[in-house]
Design a protein around this ligand. Structure first.
Ligand code: GLN
Length: 348
C-alpha cells in the first residue's frame, strides 16, 4: 500500500509505506550500521538530515532509553526497508516521519553515485507526491543551516561529576553524544558542558585542564565562535576533539574543511595509524572532512578506504583529535583508549 512518497533531487519520487506520518525535508544520507539504531537516531550529528538505513530490518531488538545519545530523535526523517512497530511508534511519538517498504538499495546507490542530496518526504493517509516535491523544493543545503549549533547545544553550562579527583574538562557542546561525556566521567573527570558559542570568560571560570570540542551536525564553518575558543586556548590548555571537533580545530588552526560526496557513516570503517601501521575498526558519521590540516597539525591516522584524515595531533601544543567516534555507541570499542590519551595530556 502506498501512503508515503520520497522525493529526491531531480524530482524523482519513490513510493513507500508510511510508518510515522508527516511531511519533512533534509539532506538524505545513509548509514551501513547494522546495529545501534537507537544511538544513531538520537545522535545530534544527524540534525537536519534524513537517515536511511542500508541494513534492511531496523528495530528488531526494541527501543530502550538507556541507549539514547541525547534527549530526542535528531534526524528529520527515517527511511528503511522494514521498520518494526517498536521503532515506528517511537518515531511517531517524536513527530519524526518515517517510511519503509521501498528499495533502500536504490536510494543508497543513488546517494553513492550522485552524492548526499536534498530530499522531501510526505507520509500518511493524505500524503501526495506533490507534498513530497514541495518539501524537496524548500529543502536547504546542509551548509546553509548556519544556526545549527543553537539547535543542538545546551543553553547554559551543565556539570557532570563535579567532585571528581581527575581532570577538569571543558567540553564545548556542538551537538555532543552523551557517551562522550560518559567516557570522560568514567575516567574520573569533572566535565563542564558549555554551549557551542561560550565565551573565553565562561570557560575560564572552570580553569580547565582540557578543552574538548564535541561532535555535531552540519558544516564546521558554521561554528566560528567555537573556533575562537580553540584559538584562545591553543598552547595554554591541551585540546581534544571528535568528528566536528576535529574539523573545528583544523579550521581554527589554519586548516581547511570540505564537503564529501556522501561521507562515511557506519560501524566498521578501517582506520590506519601512520606511526604504528595498526588498523582499528571505527564508528563513523560525517559528511565533511579536513581537506588541509594546516601547518600546526600532523595527520597521524587515515581512513583505509580513501586516505582522508582520521587523526590529527600536535605533541608540542598537546592536541589530539579524531574524525571517527572513539566512544562507539554504536560500534566497536577499538579506540576507547583515545579518552585515556587525551586525559593523559591533561595530566591524568
Ligand atoms: N558526527 C559529526 O560530528 C559530524 C561532523 C560534521 N557535521 C560532518 O558531517 O562531517
Amino acid at each position: 500500500m502506498t501512503d508515503a512518497y520520497v522525493a529526491l533531487e531531480g524530482e524523482r519520487v519513490i513510493e513507500a509505506r508510511s510508518r510515522a506520518p508527516g511531511a519533512t525535508r533534509g539532506e538524505i544520507v545513509f548509514t551501513t550500521a547494522y546495529t545501534g539504531y537507537e544511538e544513531s537516531l538520537t545522535d545530534p550529528s544527524y540534525e537536519e538530515q534524513i537517515l536511511t538505513f542500508s541494513y534492511p530490518l531496523i528495530g528488531n531488538y526494541g527501543v530502550r532509553e538507556e541507549r539514547f545519545e541525547s534527549d530526542r530523535v535528531h534526524p528529520r526523517g527515517a527511511v528503511a526497508r522494514e521498520l518494526t512497530d517498536d521503532v515506528a511508534e517511537w518515531l511517531e511519538s517524536e513527530g519524526v516521519p518515517a517510511v519503509d517498504h521501498l528499495d533502500t538499495r536504490d536510494i543508497v546507490t543513488e546517494i553513492r553515485d550522485e552524492g548526499a542530496m536534498k530530499c522531501g518526504i510526505a507520509a500518511g493517509p493524505d500524503a501526495t507526491e506533490e507534498d513530497a516535491l514541495e518539501e524537496l523544493r524548500q529543502c536547504k543545503h546542509m551548509s546553509d543551516h548556519t544556526d545549527i549549533g543553537a539547535q543542538v547545544s545546551v543553553d547554559e553550562v551543565e556539570t557532570h561529576n563535579a567532585d571528581a579527583d581527575g581532570a577538569t574538562v571543558a567540553l564545548v557542546d556542538c551537538g555532543a553524544k552523551g557517551s562522550i561525556v560518559e567516557s570522560l566521567v568514567e575516567r574520573d573527570a569533572a566535565v563542564h558542558v558549555f554551549p557551542y558559542d561560550a565565551s573565553e570568560g565562561d570557560v575560564a571560570e572552570v580553569d580547565p585542564d582540557l578543552l574538548f570540542i564535541s561532535n555535531g551536525p552540519g558544516d564546521p564553518e558554521n561554528f566560528e565562535q567555537t573556533g575562537e575558543l580553540v584559538e584562545t586556548y591553543v598552547g595554554d590548555v591541551p585540546l581534544a576533539g571528535i568528528c566536528l571537533g576535529q574539523q573545528v580545530v583544523a579550521n581554527a588552526l589554519g586548516g581547511e574543511t570540505s564537503k564529501m560526496e556522501f561521507g562515511h557513516r557506519g560501524v566498521n570503517q578501517p582506520v590506519r595509524d601512520l606511526r604504528t601501521n595498526k588498523v582499528v575498526m571505527t564508528t563513523q558519521n560525517h559528511g565533511y572532512t579536513v581537506a588541509e590540516p594546516g601547518d600546526k597539525l600532523d595527520v597521524t591516522q587515515v581512513n583505509v578506504n580513501d586516505d582522508t584524515p582520521e587523526g590529527l595531533e600536535n605533541d608540542d601544543l598537546d592536541i589530539i583529535t579524531r574524525q571517527y567516534h572513539p566512544e562507539a555507541n554504536p560500534g566497536p570499542h577499538d579506540s576507547l583508549g583515545f579518552f585515556d590519551d587525551v586525559l593523559g595530556m591533561a595530566g591524568e
